[in-house]
Design a protein around this ligand. Sequence first.
Ligand SMILES: NC(=O)C1=CN([C@@H]2O[C@H](COP(=O)(O)OP(=O)(O)OC[C@H]3O[C@@H](n4cnc5c(N)ncnc54)[C@H](OP(=O)(O)O)[C@@H]3O)[C@@H](O)[C@H]2O)C=CC1
Ligand SMILES: O=C[C@H](O)[C@@H](O)[C@@H](O)[C@H](O)C(=O)O
Length: 317
Amino acid sequence: MAGASTASIPCVTLNTAHAIPVLGFGTGSSSTPSDLSSIIVDAVRLGYRHIDTAALYGTEGAVGAAVADAVRAGAVASRGDLFVTSKLWINDAHPDRVVPALKESLFRLGLDYLDLFLVHWPVSATTDEGKRTLVAFDMEGVWRGMEECQRLGLARSIGVSNFSSAKMSRLLSIAAVPPAVNQVELNVGWRQEKVREVCAENGVVVTAFSPLGAFGAAWGSNAVMESGVLQDVAARRGKTVAQVALRWLHEQGVCFVARSFNRERLKQNMELFDWELSEDDKAMIMQIPQRRACHGEFFVSPDGPYKSEEELWDGDI
Ligand SMILES: NC(=O)C1=CN([C@@H]2O[C@H](COP(=O)(O)OP(=O)(O)OC[C@H]3O[C@@H](n4cnc5c(N)ncnc54)[C@H](OP(=O)(O)O)[C@@H]3O)[C@@H](O)[C@H]2O)C=CC1
Ligand SMILES: O=C[C@H](O)[C@@H](O)[C@@H](O)[C@H](O)C(=O)O
């Protein structure tokens, strides 16, 4: 029996001709519930079709189990009805490690292909006896590895994450297969206009991570969920703050991966596609102060290669 779906999430078409659902279920969290698989199956029953994971998150096993369970339970007809994204962690961001790392992700997921494989950060590291050293990111070599993943059919689409406009431009200049997606921090409090412009000009779909400001996370921000502007708009529209924040992203023409492990909030976060913000609402939202929440400090060291957050975020390598 097909699972009861309350609404359907629209898709956009990537430059590979594959469709990506605009709203995805995020699984990156500092406290992953032990029943994540069953939460994901419930989300699929609600109508979620896109699941975002990463080698870093430790959730690939639960995502893979959920995909198998969702098919077994008839929540979807087959694995092909779901869109699974995973990401290459910085330890594996070396030309000869890309294909093996994807194979390891696929093994943990129990899948034979990913819908989307992303370079998680424009950062590489080596680890020796537990000590991590940041080393130069070989953008061209890593991207050749990503292209090989697509050529082998292990990933239907490939892309990047946390790439600034300068890094996107450089990648586009060297890519034989252009990236399909750039997943970046993006919400009403960090609009990312520059990188969105480069992506739009080049047919790269932008996906927003932390669309609610990573509310509650150690590095997260309350600029979205406690925004007075969003509270006013929400009251006027008869919606919640989260719905206004997500609807704004949808009207910006980007995709987004939101995280909730709560069924009611998951349901609420899907109820976005049959109403609109007014011009006044959008003008008010444009007044929200801008500040990046995501810390780049993990990827910066006095020894380089990125010696400052500016170099990480704004340099072309
Ligand atoms: N590429 C990258 O580098 C990164 C990617 N990501 C991806 O993006 C996903 C989402 O971003 P994330 O940083 O997790 O944060 P989000 O901005 O999605 O915020 C998540 C928080 O919002 C709460 N929440 C969700 N819906 C509602 C609602 N309707 N009302 C009130 N609170 C709500 C959740 O709590 P509750 O569970 O209790 O509902 C949780 O505390 C990640 O899970 C991951 O998959 C994230 C960071 C970096
Ligand atoms: O190591 C640093 C952090 O964990 C950072 O890498 C994460 O926030 C990650 O980008 C994510 O996708 O959640």
